[in-house]
Design a protein around this ligand. Sequence first.
Ligand code: PMP
Length: 355
Amino acid sequence: MSRYWSALAHGLEPYTPGEQPRIEGLVKLNTNESPFGPSPRALAAIRAAADDALRLYPDPQAGALREALGAYHGVTADEVFVGNGSDEVLAHAFAGLLKHEAPLLFPDVTYSFYPVWAQLFDVAWAAVPLDEAMGVRLADYRRPAGAIILANPNAPTGVALSRAEIASLLAEHPDIPVVIDEAYVDFGGETAIPLVAEHPNLLVVRTMSKSRGLAGLRVGYAIGDKALIEGLTRVKDSFNSYPLGRPAQAGALASVEDEAFFRETCAAVIAGRERMRAGLETLGFAVLPSAANFVFARHPAHDGAALAAALRERAVLVRRFNAPRIADFLRITVGTDAQTDRLLAALAEILGPAN
Ligand code: PMP
């Protein structure tokens, strides 16, 4: 608290990111990073971009990257927006697209940054409870709304809606902006990008932080009708002309061009997730069906906070949210098989012989 703060700064309740501690031998399964890292071609492009040209500002519109992303997803460059991580893209969407008189709707259990941006930009919002199976029930969104945002697959549950379900949501809400946050879609979800052509109110948000192993580079993007992209660009150009530096633009572009590495690493994460799920179920955990690079699991006989703390003592870091309905769940990022084995061994020790 300081008397130098604005009323805005006083009123904020900021998002808390997962920890990035430096602990020797840590098994870090708390922030949904990729255990495989970026494409070697992306790393080479980032290194090559670290030269004298860093004297110069980067392309403010990231033209080459937007062209490449457009070609990759079958849209034009003016249907692509890029930003400093999808967090920045989403923030611009809150300011530029999602703020209306009627409330913005999103699930009660979802990415906990959404209410934070709503507060920052003074967006009216209402939480729509997930159903008993922790899924999104589309019928519950049939109510007055200024806009809708859904993470699909949802976070932190990992539960996904099909593209057909997103299409029916769009059919029911043709007149309001609908943002689908596909941060985790590459691990088994169905993307809504093909629906953009038919739905000028749909914005699909993507990130390179998870499936492309580039969380440290900070690159996110969105695909949507060019009028939506123009709205985001107006906000961006009122905030920061150069959200992506030269190494970020070059590395992201090279990552998009390395399809083989992308496919191999996504497939390895999916296989690792099923291995982790099976191991957790053997230990008595109930694991939600996940289409993401993490699982959301709880043990019927154990308190979530105690489990997370006991894991931390054993240098295994997972994420827990101290929030209604999910306080006993652990969100566990899929790591390498060796990391999963460390997790399962630690849990077996904590739970004891009888589980
Ligand atoms: N959306 C969801 C649902 C997420 O979980 C995250 C990761 N915290 C993000 C967006 C933001 O990712 P980034 O800013 O790294 O692109």
